[in-house]
Design a protein around this ligand. Structure first.
Ligand SMILES: *Cc1c(COP(=O)(O)O)cnc(C)c1O
Length: 380
């Protein structure tokens, strides 16, 4: 069966060369817009493409306001900062995620608490979140949420839409509302994915998107913050662009802001890529359909989009029977020049996060031993 998978992938991408997990696709349009930017000399912090990129993202996702930044990690960092996350606060996220989710919390000198993922979505399990809060948290008279054991403030919850498949975000919204917690969605992998018809990243106060080279569309490096409130969006734009008050020549900054603005050169690439996003998503969904058919009669379980989710299928994935099967699959495919990859190590298994407080992580551990990603680039 491993060889059938390899044969299918080689057929699909029509090459005998190395096949990467996910590579970007450009054509003349990207060249045109990037070249325009170079010719105009406005490659940096001034230029029309940043505004255009932000506006088109707002239209596409139906967020209230969108802010383009230098990468997805800084999008998470700025969103959490604006929620008031600071020294010694607790932020709850999932144990099975890419390192950036936890690092953004750590960079604010806050601490992560890790809850389990759901077997159905691969993302944060609303029951695990709720259980964790029931056992560990208390709402005090000031209407704020605290960790019972230490008295630390619990400030925010960060669910992540794994491989583009959405979590049950409406249930997580309910839990956050009950406990008075800010909700920041790590939608880095889920541009083009919807839950019950609404774009991922627009349910929480903020959603963070990534345009790194391996994501659905790319700006080289880049990210965006989807904002639910116009006012928050205006404040975040100010904060991520050095908090300078507009003036023809004076330098007055009213806060200690960040230099997180996306350069115009990257935004130009992003504008060209956004024109293709709908086609990319259809293309990826078609590939997922073919993988599903191929694997139906195999020992591998193909990961399908969860109920109520219209997924971008950023990375296709299978579940192997056990860790030995997984290792054999990884060995065999990579040796044949077809790149496959295990899922991330659990955050709690990494040295800098192993002391963090956690809930039972049964599903996360189960997936960590069995998940494998398959090549998922768009093929036009
Ligand atoms: C890609 C990614 C990010 C952000 O990555 P950047 O490289 O900083 O753009 C954050 N979280 C998850 C889950 C990601 O996959």
């Amino acid at each position: 069966m491993k060889d059938n998978v390899i044969e299918f992938i080689r057929d699909y991408y029509q090459t005998k060369d190395f096949i990467p997990l996910h590579e970007p696709r450009f054509n003349a349009r990207e060249e045109e817009l990037v070249l325009n930017t170079i010719k105009s000399t406005f490659v940096s912090s001034v230029g029309k493409y940043v505004d255009e990129f932000e506006n088109r993202l707002t239209d596409y996702t139906k967020s209230t306001k969108t802010i383009a930044v230098v990468n997805g990690t800084s999008a998470l960092y700025a969103a959490l900062y604006h929620c008031g996350v600071g020294v010694n606060d607790i932020v709850i996220t999932q144990a099975l995620t890419f390192i950036a989710t936890a690092n953004a919390v750590n960079q604010l000198n806050a601490q992560c608490a890790f809850v389990d993922v759901s077997k159905d979505t691969l993302g944060m399990c609303p029951n695990s979140l709720s259980e964790f809060l029931e056992s560990n948290a208390v709402l005090r008279e000031d209407n704020q949420c605290y960790l019972k054991s230490t008295g630390q403030r619990i400030k925010a919850v960060v669910p992540m839409h794994t491989f583009g498949h959405s979590v049950e975000i409406d249930k997580i919204v309910e839990v956050c509302d009950y406990w008075h917690l800010n909700l920041v969605e790590d939608a880095a992998e889920s541009l083009g994915s919807y839950y019950k018809g609404q774009h991922t990243g627009t349910f929480g106060h903020y959603g963070a998107i990534s345009f790194n080279g391996n994501k659905v569309i790319t700006t080289g490096g880049g990210g965006a913050i989807l904002c639910r409130s116009e006012q928050d969006g205006i404040e975040l734009k100010h904060l991520t662009t050095t908090a300078k008050q507009p003036h023809a020549y004076k330098f007055f900054h009213d806060k200690a802001g960040f230099n997180f603005r996306m350069p115009n050169l990257n935004a130009a690439l992003g504008c060209a890529q956004l024109e293709k996003l709908s086609d990319f998503v259809s293309n990826k969904r078609a590939l997922a359909g073919e993988y599903e058919k191929l694997l139906a009669k195999s020992p591998y379980l193909f990961v399908k989009e969860p109920r109520d989710c219209h997924s971008n299928y950023w990375l296709n994935a299978i579940i192997c029977e056990d860790i030995n099967e997984r290792n054999e699959f990884l060995e065999h495919t990579n040796k044949q020049g077809v790149m496959t990859r295990p899922v991330w190590e659990l955050m709690t298994d990494l040295p800098m996060y192993e002391e963090c407080i956690t809930n039972n992580l049964e599903n996360s551990r189960w997936f960590a031993q069995r998940l494998v990603n398959l090549p998922s680039s768009v093929m036009l």
